[in-house]
Design a protein around this ligand. Structure first.
Ligand SMILES: NC(=O)c1ccc[n+]([C@@H]2O[C@H](COP(=O)([O-])OP(=O)(O)OC[C@H]3O[C@@H](n4cnc5c(N)ncnc54)[C@H](O)[C@@H]3O)[C@@H](O)[C@H]2O)c1
Length: 370
């Protein structure tokens, strides 16, 4: 028999059994659950990605709700196991939920929570950081310094791209994509007001337009950042053909989900076009990279850290816990999942609502009047 997974138990006599498949940042989420009569079991096993079998073992015979992670495969098998254990609540600690079969969850009446509204700016900031790092070859230059190769200023040393006045393209201009676009204007004003300010200083105004097609973005933009959700329509959205349409010196950023880019085609493209640069937070076969990517000097690669600021990660943990708690308690669903400040204010109790349930309509949950 498989060895049981290590767990940490909070409030052992709590009435509702809630599992978190991972320890999560902060303590507020723990306190909110135990104050509301939950027995919380946090899996502390040193194993980065839990298998379906691991999670079935954690769920056991009685489980009211689970907080899970985007690395886990939440499909028919897990939702039927959760339902058999009497559970009706699951929340991803993420805004994206491409790892969740929402239809399977709905079939068993299980609510599926996610965590929008708390990671938009943090994720956009990483996309902006990768854009600048790729444009100015920061990682290559850092490696060069550490290797002791710097022996004096040279006119050609790590020459990169100037971003001022360049065209930024966003594919998937939702919450994060729009926040990224605002950041790349480098000032948080509306564009018209910023344009007036620039004009008063004798400069060209910044303009924006909604492209009529993806090709228009690919052909015109100097920096392209990908922010769509991952589904059948966005799988390999950036493929060999589309890469070939982009400018030879363009910068491509992906902080959405790895399979949005055909990574094999990307490696080929990077190899053939040394002036084309990419900044990647996510990978097609995470945690692995396609062969050759790690050797490409024109790629800046980071391990899926776009939402990794302390405030955001603690907030995500809180929202995920409150999604599960709210469903257990029979609370309605918050009317605007993008406006979640009331749940994040540490100085007052959170509203009696689930912050964001993606299948609320399918399972007939009422909307909060708060
Ligand atoms: N790297 C990370 O750590 C990290 C963190 C947060 C979110 N994400 C990813 O970013 C994605 C976007 O998050 P969001 O909160 O901005 O979501 P959102 O729903 O607000 O925006 C997604 C946008 O994608 C667009 N879209 C959908 N299908 C498309 C298609 N076929 N072609 C072009 N655009 C399409 C939608 O119209 C929408 O504007 C999430 O789904 C998640 O997968 C990643």
């Amino acid at each position: 028999m498989a060895k049981p997974l290590q767990i940490e138990i909070h409030n052992p006599n709590g009435k509702y059994r809630v599992i978190s498949t991972k320890p999560m940042p902060g303590t507020r989420w723990i306190n909110l659950l135990i104050e509301q009569d939950c027995r919380l079991e946090v899996c502390t096993q040193k194993k980065t990605i839990l298998s379906v079998e691991d999670i079935i073992a954690l769920i056991g015979n009685k489980c009211d709700g689970v907080i899970g992670q985007l690395t886990e495969d939440w499909g028919e098998t897990l939702f039927s196991a959760l339902s058999r254990a009497g559970g009706k609540a699951f929340s991803n600690m993420a805004v994206g939920y491409n790892n969740v079969d929402v239809n399977a969850a709905s079939k068993y009446g299980v609510a599926v929570g996610n965590t929008p509204g708390v990671l938009t700016e943090t994720t956009a900031e990483l996309a902006a950081s990768l854009s600048l790092a790729a444009a100015r070859r920061i990682v290559e230059a850092d490696e060069f310094m550490r290797a002791g190769l710097y022996d004096g200023w040279l006119p050609h040393l790590f020459v990169g791209n100037l971003l001022k006045g360049q065209t930024v393209g966003v594919i998937g201009a939702g919450r994060i994509g729009s926040a990224y676009a605002r950041m790349m204007i480098l000032i948080d004003l509306d564009i018209a007001a910023y344009g007036k300010f620039l004009k008063a200083n004798g400069e060209e105004p910044v303009t924006w337009k909604r492209a009529t097609s993806m090709d228009e973005v690919l052909l015109e933009a100097d920096v392209i950042s990908l922010h769509p959700i991952l589904d059948k329509t966005t799988y390999h959205l950036v493929n060999k053909e589309r890469l070939s349409k982009m400018k030879k010196e363009a910068i491509l950023i992906n902080c959405s989900r790895g399979p949005v880019i055909d990574e094999v085609a990307l490696v080929e493209h990077l190899r053939a076009n040394p002036m084309f640069r990419v900044g990647l937070d996510v990978f097609e076969d995470e945690p692995h990279m396609k062969p050759g990517l790690a050797e490409m000097k024109n790629a800046v690669i980071v391990p899926h850290i776009a939402s990794a600021s302390k405030w955001t990660r603690e907030g995500m943990a809180t929202l995920a816990a409150l999604n599960v708690l709210g469903k257990i308690k029979g609370y309605p669903v918050w009317s605007n999942p993008n406006s979640v400040e009331a749940f994040l204010d540490e100085n007052s109790p959170p509203p009696a609502a689930c912050p964001s349930i993606v299948n609320s309509k399918a399972i007939g949950l009422p909307i909060s009047k708060l």
